[in-house]
Design a binder for this molecule. Structure first.
Ligand code: NAP
Length: 331
């Protein structure tokens, strides 16, 4: 475990030289993304942050941006409106960022929710949570990789369930569209495994970029409630049992933000970034080198060594082919 003191000591070293100077946050309008933006801005470093979110959050975000400017006048936060569940919108947002920036240092991806309700599709025919937690995230990465490659210590962080992959992924129905094949836990595990396999492929193809798939543990953001059908048994269970339990076990907002800022900046993961004197993290290929890091809520890395070889052998090719097919019109 990386202690909270070590995390804070590392984050205290973030300055104009070591900070991610241009950062894109997708999902920074609430929860872990928002806490991490606050922690980054509070370092006092000169940063430019693209805060991507939907229209319904715009008003709230004006107040948040004012708060951030008061904390650190050197932080420029650019509100970037878009419906990121839609791949056409994701493409439009990326094009807008590409037209303004020549480099991106950090891409931080947290949009999504636990899909414990009825399967609902976007206008593009994708299950909403799968689009937010997988397809849209991968599309952001693919569009912004050329800009990430221009940075000195570029990093992509996808927050979902790194290290929790299971080998039981449904390869015959990757989008869980077949009647009766969709369920909350199954869907979330499917999206976790799809994240990890594709991120590992992208990490192998782009060794100059550090990739992290983070499992945040329990953070009391209301995320578990977002996907529930109102008045369902599940919604009652969440309200009466799960949320009070999360409230007891959860990290504070502040610690979650600091831990994710550490994951976004420390050289503990791959050797690039804010200097780290401790042991280097092990990547998904069990090496203390660059690549993909599966990082848990204690900031420990796991190669998930029992499952990853099976996913590489049996799932990676199918997931990558299918993903390319889905994303092709938006690349
Ligand atoms: N919190 C935890 O304990 C925990 C544990 C394990 C995994 N995770 C996963 O980690 C990720 C981040 O979690 P979090 O707790 O930070 O989540 P959160 O506070 O609920 O924030 C989720 C983000 O997704 C956006 N979003 C949700 N539904 C959307 C939609 N239909 N269209 C567009 N944007 C939408 C939200 O935008 P708005 O602000 O506009 O609503 C917000 O920016 C999620 O994928 C979550 O499932 C969380």
């Amino acid at each position: 475990m990386v202690s909270y003191k070590e995390v804070q000591a590392s984050n205290a070293l973030i300055n104009d030289v070591t900070a991610p100077r241009v950062a894109v946050f997708v999902g920074g309008t609430s929860g872990i993304g928002k806490f991490t933006i606050r922690a980054l801005v509070a370092t006092g470093a000169s940063v430019r942050i693209y805060l991507v979110g939907r229209k319904s959050s715009e008003e709230r975000m004006h107040a948040f941006i004012q708060e951030l400017h008061a904390i650190n006048p050197k932080a420029e936060v650019i509100w970037t409106e878009g419906e990121v569940a839609l791949l056409a919108e994701t493409k439009r947002i990326c094009e807008a960022i590409k037209s303004k920036e020549s480099r991106v240092d950090l891409l931080f991806l947290t949009a999504g929710y636990a899909p414990f309700g009825t399967r609902t599709e976007t206008a593009e025919g994708l299950e909403i949570a799968q689009s937010l937690e997988y397809y849209s995230r991968m599309l952001f990465i693919l569009h912004l990789l050329p800009l990430l490659s221009e940075a000195e210590a570029p990093r992509v962080v996808s927050v979902l369930g790194g290290g929790l992959e299971r080998a039981t992924i449904d390869l015959d129905d990757l989008d869980l569209k077949k009647p009766g094949n969709f369920g909350g836990v199954k869907a979330q595990m499917q999206y976790v495994a799809m994240n990890t396999t594709t991120l590992e492929k992208l990490a192998n193809d782009n060794p100059n970029v550090t990739f992290i798939h983070s499992w945040p543990g329990s953070v009391n953001t209301g995320n578990v409630r977002r996907g529930s059908d109102p008045n369902s048994m599940w919604a009652w269970f969440v309200w009466l049992i799960l949320e009070p339990l999360i409230g007891l076990l959860a990290f504070s907002d502040e610690e979650s933000g600091q831990r994710h800022l550490f994951q976004s900046t420390s050289a503990a993961f791959g050797g690039r970034g804010v200097p780290w004197k401790g042991k280097l993290g092990i990547n998904s290929l069990e090496k203390p080198a660059d690549g993909l890091f599966l990082v848990n809520y204690k900031c420990d890395c796991t190669p998930n060594a029992k499952v990853m070889p099976l996913l590489r052998e049996k799932a990676l090719g199918k997931i990558w082919d299918h993903t390319q097919e889905v994303l092709r019109p938006y690349l």
